[in-house]
Write a protein that binds this ligand. Structure first.
Ligand SMILES: Nc1ncnc2c1ncn2[C@@H]1O[C@H](COP(=O)(O)OP(=O)(O)OP(=O)(O)O)[C@@H](O)[C@H]1O
Length: 308
Protein backbone atom coordinates (compact mmCIF):
# COMPACT_ATOMS: atom_id res chain seq x y z
CA UNK A 1 0.00 0.00 0.00
CA UNK A 2 1.36 3.37 -0.98
CA UNK A 3 1.37 6.08 1.62
CA UNK A 4 0.82 9.51 0.19
CA UNK A 5 2.83 12.45 1.37
CA UNK A 6 -0.40 14.15 2.44
CA UNK A 7 -1.00 11.40 5.01
CA UNK A 8 1.74 12.59 7.31
CA UNK A 9 0.91 16.27 6.92
CA UNK A 10 -0.79 17.70 10.01
CA UNK A 11 -4.41 18.33 9.13
CA UNK A 12 -5.40 21.91 8.61
CA UNK A 13 -8.53 21.89 10.72
CA UNK A 14 -10.09 25.20 11.64
CA UNK A 15 -9.82 24.40 15.34
CA UNK A 16 -7.07 21.83 15.56
CA UNK A 17 -6.12 22.92 19.09
CA UNK A 18 -9.50 22.16 20.68
CA UNK A 19 -10.76 18.66 21.47
CA UNK A 20 -12.20 17.05 18.34
CA UNK A 21 -15.92 16.34 18.14
CA UNK A 22 -15.24 12.90 16.70
CA UNK A 23 -12.06 10.96 17.23
CA UNK A 24 -11.56 7.42 16.02
CA UNK A 25 -8.37 5.52 16.68
CA UNK A 26 -7.00 2.36 15.11
CA UNK A 27 -10.34 0.97 13.93
CA UNK A 28 -10.22 -2.52 12.51
CA UNK A 29 -13.15 -4.54 11.18
CA UNK A 30 -12.67 -7.95 9.65
CA UNK A 31 -15.22 -10.06 7.80
CA UNK A 32 -13.70 -13.53 7.73
CA UNK A 33 -10.46 -13.21 5.80
CA UNK A 34 -11.28 -9.70 4.55
CA UNK A 35 -10.17 -6.65 6.49
CA UNK A 36 -12.76 -4.04 5.51
CA UNK A 37 -11.36 -1.33 7.79
CA UNK A 38 -7.69 -1.63 8.59
CA UNK A 39 -6.32 0.47 11.44
CA UNK A 40 -8.09 3.69 10.57
CA UNK A 41 -7.70 6.82 12.68
CA UNK A 42 -9.47 10.08 12.03
CA UNK A 43 -10.65 13.12 13.91
CA UNK A 44 -13.15 15.79 13.11
CA UNK A 45 -13.30 19.25 14.64
CA UNK A 46 -16.55 21.06 15.38
CA UNK A 47 -17.89 22.67 12.22
CA UNK A 48 -15.64 20.76 9.84
CA UNK A 49 -16.80 19.03 6.69
CA UNK A 50 -14.61 16.06 5.95
CA UNK A 51 -15.16 13.81 2.96
CA UNK A 52 -14.20 10.16 2.84
CA UNK A 53 -13.52 9.01 -0.68
CA UNK A 54 -12.09 5.88 -2.18
CA UNK A 55 -12.78 3.23 -4.78
CA UNK A 56 -15.72 0.85 -4.45
CA UNK A 57 -15.13 -1.59 -1.61
CA UNK A 58 -12.55 0.65 0.09
CA UNK A 59 -14.38 0.35 3.41
CA UNK A 60 -16.18 3.70 3.60
CA UNK A 61 -19.64 2.42 4.53
CA UNK A 62 -18.16 -0.07 6.99
CA UNK A 63 -16.38 2.88 8.61
CA UNK A 64 -19.72 4.73 8.91
CA UNK A 65 -21.30 1.62 10.43
CA UNK A 66 -18.56 1.46 13.04
CA UNK A 67 -18.91 5.14 13.93
CA UNK A 68 -22.70 5.03 14.16
CA UNK A 69 -23.05 1.85 16.20
CA UNK A 70 -24.47 -0.35 13.45
CA UNK A 71 -21.38 -2.47 13.69
CA UNK A 72 -18.68 -2.98 16.30
CA UNK A 73 -14.95 -2.75 15.64
CA UNK A 74 -12.70 -5.72 16.29
CA UNK A 75 -10.03 -3.29 17.44
CA UNK A 76 -9.94 0.44 18.07
CA UNK A 77 -12.06 3.12 19.65
CA UNK A 78 -14.57 5.82 18.80
CA UNK A 79 -14.89 8.95 20.92
CA UNK A 80 -17.67 11.48 20.42
CA UNK A 81 -17.83 14.83 22.17
CA UNK A 82 -15.12 13.73 24.56
CA UNK A 83 -16.82 10.47 25.54
CA UNK A 84 -15.68 6.97 24.61
CA UNK A 85 -18.67 5.61 22.69
CA UNK A 86 -17.08 2.43 21.31
CA UNK A 87 -19.74 -0.29 21.16
CA UNK A 88 -22.64 2.06 21.92
CA UNK A 89 -25.88 1.08 20.16
CA UNK A 90 -27.05 3.26 17.27
CA UNK A 91 -30.03 4.63 19.22
CA UNK A 92 -27.85 5.71 22.12
CA UNK A 93 -25.49 7.46 19.73
CA UNK A 94 -28.44 9.17 18.05
CA UNK A 95 -29.48 10.43 21.47
CA UNK A 96 -26.01 11.95 21.84
CA UNK A 97 -26.43 13.83 18.56
CA UNK A 98 -24.96 11.55 15.95
CA UNK A 99 -27.17 11.16 12.87
CA UNK A 100 -26.62 9.42 9.57
CA UNK A 101 -28.15 8.62 6.23
CA UNK A 102 -27.70 5.42 4.28
CA UNK A 103 -26.13 4.69 0.92
CA UNK A 104 -29.34 3.41 -0.61
CA UNK A 105 -31.71 5.58 1.38
CA UNK A 106 -34.00 4.27 4.10
CA UNK A 107 -37.43 5.75 4.66
CA UNK A 108 -40.66 4.39 6.09
CA UNK A 109 -42.66 3.87 2.90
CA UNK A 110 -46.09 3.95 4.51
CA UNK A 111 -45.45 7.04 6.59
CA UNK A 112 -45.97 10.52 5.21
CA UNK A 113 -43.05 12.82 4.51
CA UNK A 114 -43.84 14.75 7.69
CA UNK A 115 -44.12 11.63 9.85
CA UNK A 116 -40.85 10.27 8.47
CA UNK A 117 -39.15 13.45 9.58
CA UNK A 118 -40.91 13.38 12.95
CA UNK A 119 -39.50 9.91 13.52
CA UNK A 120 -36.08 11.56 13.43
CA UNK A 121 -37.13 13.88 16.23
CA UNK A 122 -38.39 11.14 18.53
CA UNK A 123 -35.15 10.87 20.49
CA UNK A 124 -35.70 14.48 21.51
CA UNK A 125 -39.19 13.96 22.91
CA UNK A 126 -39.02 14.75 26.60
CA UNK A 127 -42.58 14.95 27.83
CA UNK A 128 -43.52 11.45 26.64
CA UNK A 129 -40.38 9.75 27.86
CA UNK A 130 -41.26 7.20 30.57
CA UNK A 131 -39.87 7.93 34.03
CA UNK A 132 -36.34 6.68 34.57
CA UNK A 133 -35.91 3.79 36.98
CA UNK A 134 -39.46 2.49 36.58
CA UNK A 135 -39.16 -0.05 33.77
CA UNK A 136 -42.57 -1.67 34.39
CA UNK A 137 -44.35 1.63 34.45
CA UNK A 138 -42.70 2.73 31.22
CA UNK A 139 -45.03 0.98 28.73
CA UNK A 140 -48.10 1.79 30.84
CA UNK A 141 -47.08 5.42 31.05
CA UNK A 142 -46.54 5.51 27.29
CA UNK A 143 -49.95 3.95 26.64
CA UNK A 144 -51.66 6.42 28.95
CA UNK A 145 -49.86 9.33 27.33
CA UNK A 146 -50.78 8.08 23.86
CA UNK A 147 -54.48 7.73 24.74
CA UNK A 148 -54.78 10.93 26.69
CA UNK A 149 -51.88 13.24 25.96
CA UNK A 150 -51.47 15.96 28.56
CA UNK A 151 -50.97 19.56 27.49
CA UNK A 152 -47.18 19.30 27.83
CA UNK A 153 -47.08 16.40 25.37
CA UNK A 154 -49.39 18.14 22.90
CA UNK A 155 -47.28 21.29 23.08
CA UNK A 156 -44.10 19.31 22.50
CA UNK A 157 -45.63 17.50 19.54
CA UNK A 158 -46.72 20.80 18.04
CA UNK A 159 -43.26 22.25 18.47
CA UNK A 160 -41.61 19.25 16.81
CA UNK A 161 -44.15 19.34 13.98
CA UNK A 162 -43.29 23.00 13.34
CA UNK A 163 -39.58 22.20 13.44
CA UNK A 164 -40.02 19.26 11.05
CA UNK A 165 -41.95 21.44 8.62
CA UNK A 166 -39.17 24.01 8.77
CA UNK A 167 -36.52 21.37 8.05
CA UNK A 168 -38.56 20.03 5.13
CA UNK A 169 -38.72 23.59 3.77
CA UNK A 170 -34.93 23.44 3.29
CA UNK A 171 -35.72 21.25 0.30
CA UNK A 172 -38.15 23.81 -1.11
CA UNK A 173 -40.73 22.71 -3.64
CA UNK A 174 -39.22 19.25 -3.81
CA UNK A 175 -40.80 18.24 -0.49
CA UNK A 176 -43.06 20.93 0.95
CA UNK A 177 -46.00 20.27 -1.42
CA UNK A 178 -45.72 16.57 -0.53
CA UNK A 179 -45.82 16.81 3.28
CA UNK A 180 -48.74 14.39 3.57
CA UNK A 181 -47.76 12.03 0.78
CA UNK A 182 -46.57 8.55 1.74
CA UNK A 183 -42.84 8.17 1.22
CA UNK A 184 -43.34 5.20 -1.10
CA UNK A 185 -45.02 7.51 -3.62
CA UNK A 186 -41.96 9.77 -3.86
CA UNK A 187 -39.21 9.73 -6.45
CA UNK A 188 -35.91 8.16 -5.46
CA UNK A 189 -34.28 11.58 -5.13
CA UNK A 190 -37.09 12.79 -2.89
CA UNK A 191 -36.77 9.76 -0.66
CA UNK A 192 -33.09 10.64 -0.25
CA UNK A 193 -34.11 14.19 0.70
CA UNK A 194 -36.62 12.88 3.26
CA UNK A 195 -33.91 10.74 4.79
CA UNK A 196 -31.63 13.74 5.20
CA UNK A 197 -34.51 15.79 6.63
CA UNK A 198 -35.16 13.00 9.13
CA UNK A 199 -31.49 12.98 10.17
CA UNK A 200 -31.62 16.76 10.62
CA UNK A 201 -34.72 16.48 12.82
CA UNK A 202 -32.52 14.82 15.37
CA UNK A 203 -30.71 18.17 15.63
CA UNK A 204 -27.41 16.35 15.27
CA UNK A 205 -24.02 17.60 16.35
CA UNK A 206 -22.50 15.36 13.72
CA UNK A 207 -24.16 14.30 10.48
CA UNK A 208 -22.83 11.41 8.43
CA UNK A 209 -24.03 11.40 4.84
CA UNK A 210 -23.43 8.24 2.83
CA UNK A 211 -23.50 9.16 -0.86
CA UNK A 212 -26.32 11.71 -0.57
CA UNK A 213 -26.35 12.34 -4.32
CA UNK A 214 -26.31 8.73 -5.46
CA UNK A 215 -28.95 8.28 -8.15
CA UNK A 216 -29.41 12.01 -8.61
CA UNK A 217 -29.10 13.82 -11.94
CA UNK A 218 -26.79 16.85 -12.31
CA UNK A 219 -29.54 19.36 -11.40
CA UNK A 220 -30.51 17.41 -8.30
CA UNK A 221 -26.84 16.96 -7.41
CA UNK A 222 -26.25 20.72 -7.67
CA UNK A 223 -29.27 21.33 -5.39
CA UNK A 224 -27.95 18.85 -2.87
CA UNK A 225 -24.55 20.50 -2.96
CA UNK A 226 -26.18 23.81 -2.03
CA UNK A 227 -28.16 22.19 0.79
CA UNK A 228 -25.02 20.60 2.24
CA UNK A 229 -23.17 23.88 1.83
CA UNK A 230 -26.01 25.59 3.72
CA UNK A 231 -25.81 23.06 6.56
CA UNK A 232 -22.07 23.57 6.79
CA UNK A 233 -22.65 27.33 6.75
CA UNK A 234 -24.83 26.92 9.84
CA UNK A 235 -21.93 25.25 11.61
CA UNK A 236 -23.02 21.62 11.35
CA UNK A 237 -20.15 19.12 11.46
CA UNK A 238 -20.42 16.72 8.54
CA UNK A 239 -18.68 13.53 7.51
CA UNK A 240 -19.46 12.80 3.89
CA UNK A 241 -18.99 9.78 1.68
CA UNK A 242 -19.34 10.80 -1.92
CA UNK A 243 -18.22 9.49 -5.28
CA UNK A 244 -18.91 12.71 -7.15
CA UNK A 245 -15.52 14.23 -6.76
CA UNK A 246 -16.33 17.67 -8.09
CA UNK A 247 -18.83 18.01 -5.23
CA UNK A 248 -16.25 16.73 -2.74
CA UNK A 249 -13.72 19.25 -3.99
CA UNK A 250 -16.17 22.13 -3.61
CA UNK A 251 -17.47 21.27 -0.16
CA UNK A 252 -14.70 19.70 1.86
CA UNK A 253 -12.41 21.30 4.39
CA UNK A 254 -10.44 18.09 4.30
CA UNK A 255 -10.52 14.85 2.34
CA UNK A 256 -9.61 11.41 3.62
CA UNK A 257 -8.87 8.81 0.98
CA UNK A 258 -9.35 5.13 1.75
CA UNK A 259 -8.25 2.10 -0.17
CA UNK A 260 -8.39 -1.52 1.02
CA UNK A 261 -9.68 -0.36 4.40
CA UNK A 262 -6.79 1.96 5.16
CA UNK A 263 -6.23 5.67 4.82
CA UNK A 264 -3.86 6.28 1.93
CA UNK A 265 -4.04 10.08 1.94
CA UNK A 266 -5.52 12.96 3.87
CA UNK A 267 -5.40 16.68 3.35
CA UNK A 268 -6.85 19.67 1.61
CA UNK A 269 -8.95 18.80 -1.45
CA UNK A 270 -6.45 20.42 -3.79
CA UNK A 271 -3.54 18.40 -2.35
CA UNK A 272 -5.41 15.12 -2.37
CA UNK A 273 -6.63 15.64 -5.93
CA UNK A 274 -3.10 15.61 -7.27
CA UNK A 275 -1.67 12.98 -4.93
CA UNK A 276 -0.05 10.21 -6.98
CA UNK A 277 -1.11 7.50 -4.49
CA UNK A 278 -4.73 8.60 -4.77
CA UNK A 279 -4.66 8.67 -8.55
CA UNK A 280 -3.04 5.26 -8.59
CA UNK A 281 -5.68 3.83 -6.25
CA UNK A 282 -8.48 5.15 -8.44
CA UNK A 283 -6.92 4.14 -11.73
CA UNK A 284 -6.17 0.72 -10.29
CA UNK A 285 -9.87 0.37 -9.65
CA UNK A 286 -10.83 1.54 -13.14
CA UNK A 287 -11.77 5.08 -12.04
CA UNK A 288 -14.70 6.11 -9.88
CA UNK A 289 -17.06 7.19 -12.60
CA UNK A 290 -16.66 3.97 -14.52
CA UNK A 291 -17.06 1.80 -11.46
CA UNK A 292 -20.38 3.16 -10.28
CA UNK A 293 -23.44 3.52 -12.44
CA UNK A 294 -24.88 6.14 -10.11
CA UNK A 295 -22.04 8.45 -10.80
CA UNK A 296 -22.80 9.95 -14.15
CA UNK A 297 -21.50 13.28 -12.86
CA UNK A 298 -18.41 11.85 -11.22
CA UNK A 299 -15.16 13.08 -12.54
CA UNK A 300 -12.96 10.32 -13.82
CA UNK A 301 -9.42 10.76 -12.54
CA UNK A 302 -6.77 11.56 -15.07
CA UNK A 303 -3.00 11.27 -14.96
CA UNK A 304 -2.95 14.85 -13.67
CA UNK A 305 -5.29 14.37 -10.76
CA UNK A 306 -8.88 13.95 -9.69
CA UNK A 307 -11.73 16.40 -9.62
CA UNK A 308 -10.68 18.14 -12.81
N1 LIG B 1 -21.35 -7.54 6.41
C1 LIG B 1 -20.33 -7.84 5.59
N2 LIG B 1 -19.93 -9.09 5.43
C2 LIG B 1 -18.89 -9.40 4.63
N3 LIG B 1 -18.20 -8.48 3.91
C3 LIG B 1 -18.57 -7.21 4.02
C4 LIG B 1 -19.65 -6.81 4.85
N4 LIG B 1 -19.78 -5.45 4.75
C5 LIG B 1 -18.84 -5.05 3.90
N5 LIG B 1 -18.11 -6.09 3.46
C6 LIG B 1 -16.98 -6.02 2.54
O1 LIG B 1 -16.08 -5.06 3.05
C7 LIG B 1 -15.49 -4.32 1.99
C8 LIG B 1 -15.77 -2.84 2.20
O2 LIG B 1 -17.14 -2.63 1.94
P1 LIG B 1 -17.79 -1.19 2.09
O3 LIG B 1 -19.23 -1.30 1.74
O4 LIG B 1 -17.47 -0.63 3.43
O5 LIG B 1 -17.01 -0.37 0.98
P2 LIG B 1 -17.32 1.05 0.38
O6 LIG B 1 -16.04 1.79 0.32
O7 LIG B 1 -18.43 1.70 1.15
O8 LIG B 1 -17.80 0.68 -1.09
P3 LIG B 1 -18.83 1.45 -2.07
O9 LIG B 1 -18.15 2.71 -2.49
O10 LIG B 1 -18.99 0.49 -3.19
O11 LIG B 1 -20.09 1.69 -1.29
C9 LIG B 1 -16.08 -4.87 0.69
O12 LIG B 1 -15.18 -5.82 0.18
C10 LIG B 1 -17.36 -5.52 1.15
O13 LIG B 1 -17.73 -6.57 0.29
Amino acid sequence: MTTASTTSTPTSTPSASVAPLLSIAGLVRRFGGLTAVNGLSLSLADGELVSVIGPNGAGKTTLFNLITGLDTPDVGSVAFAGQDVTGFAAERLAGLGLARTFQHGRVFGNLSVLDNVLVGAHTRLRAVRPPLGLPLLGPLAELGLALLPPAAVRAEEERLRAEATEIIALFGDRLTPRLDKPAHSLSYANRRRVEIARALALKPRLLLLDEPTAGMNPTETAEMLEIIRGLKGRGLTILLIEHKLDLVMQLSDRVVVMDHGARIAEGLPSAVATDPAVIEAYLGHKAVGAANQDDAAAVVPTKRGIGE
